[in-house]
Design a protein around this ligand. Structure first.
Ligand SMILES: COc1cc(C(=O)NC2CCN(C)CC2)ccc1Nc1cc2c(cn1)c(C)nn2-c1cc(Cl)cc(-c2ccccc2C(N)=O)c1
Length: 305
């Protein structure tokens, strides 16, 4: 039992029924443990036929006993497999065996932005401009396809080997069937959850992703989330009260504080659209915004030259 989370390594077999009725077997080597979420775990899977490596989310069927859990997983798969965008994690395919459901996704070898911030403590404004532009591009694609992500956070932004940002984990995503539809289920991650989701009265829509984007920008620039406290109840109260501030010891431009203040407003109808965010002066401070950052910035700030 030499894997970090006590799972044994091994080969996973996928039975494929071909059009002529023959059964083919695809084999994968279950490799390195990448992380976990709930009952599911994520591993590097290498296809023994094609040698292609993927990030495989392995969901134990035991955790899918309740109809609700099965519906949620099928909804995540149905939504994710329909998406094709450079800033959304690619969906390869899914299959099941007796024990698990396996979802094979695009492997992003530079981990998540959680690990990035843990290593760097805080990012420069240039880096936040670059990463936020990519996240907004992926988010525009989701919203244009009537999908709300509902769980945007650093742990769900994956960095490819080329340092592109890929939005992942569509586990809480939902598709709006008609314009004006409001969702009511309370969901999200405490630090990033929008006030209207906590309030629950008017329902919520695309604006919850705009709120989370503001929380992400603040967290990258300051080094910790704006409403974070030692317990969730207090965090929720601070979110509802809009109680956050910019610490004096972090030198932030007026443009960055102005944009975050514009986004983190309690009334969802008062938040800027994605197009209005891109037009904000934070992205037009005179410097060229690079399309991609060099991998060296995983460890240290980009050279000011
Ligand atoms: C080589 O590539 C990677 C290395 C590492 C790495 O070295 N992590 C170490 C951090 C320190 N600890 C001590 C040991 C592990 C992390 C992510 C990688 N890449 C990667 C991960 C990916 C994806 C693409 N690429 C995609 C797509 N999903 N996940 C992913 C990641 C995590 Cl942490 C959890 C979940 C996850 C598991 C269950 C339920 C839901 C989820 C969910 N968030 O979707 C999914």
């Amino acid at each position: 039992r030499n894997q970090e989370d006590g799972e044994t390594p091994g080969v996973v077999e996928e039975k494929v029924v071909k059009v002529n009725g023959d059964i083919a077997i695809r084999r994968y080597n279950k490799g390195r443990f990448l992380g976990k979420g709930g009952f599911a775990r994520c591993y590097e899977f290498t296809s023994l036929d094609t040698r292609k490596v993927a990030a495989a989310k392995v969901v134990p069927k035991a955790s899918l006993a309740k109809a609700r859990a099965k519906q949620k997983l099928m909804s995540e798969i149905k939504i994710h497999r329909s998406l094709h965008h450079p800033n959304i994690v690619g969906f390869e395919h899914f299959f099941e065996d007796n024990e698990n459901v396996y979802i094979l996704l695009e492997l992003c070898t530079n981990q998540t932005m959680n690990e990035l911030l843990r290593r760097r403590k805080r990012l420069t404004e240039l880096e936040v401009q670059c990463y936020t532009m990519q996240i907004i591009s992926g988010l525009k694609y989701l919203h244009t396809h009537h999908i709300i992500h509902r769980d945007l956070k650093l742990g769900n932004f994956f960095l490819s080997d080329k340092m592109e940002v890929k939005i992942g984990d569509l586990g809480l995503a939902t598709r709006l069937e008609h314009d004006g539809e409001r969702k009511r289920t309370i969901c999200g991650t405490p630090n990033y959850i929008a006030p209207e989701v906590l309030d629950g009265k008017q329902g919520h829509s695309y604006e919850v992703d705009i709120w989370s984007l503001g929380v992400v920008m603040y967290t990258l620039l300051v080094g910790k989330p704006p409403f974070e406290t030692s317990d969730v109840k207090t965090t929720y109260r601070r979110i509802r009260m809009n109680a956050y501030s910019f610490p004096d010891h972090v030198p932030l431009s007026e443009q960055s504080k102005s944009l975050i203040t514009r986004i983190l407003v309690t009334d969802p109808s008062k938040r800027p659209s994605l197009d209005e965010i891109i037009e904000h002066e934070f992205f037009h401070q005179g410097n060229v915004i690079p399309k991609l950052l060099p991998p060296s910035t995983l460890a240290c700030p980009p050279s000011s030259s």
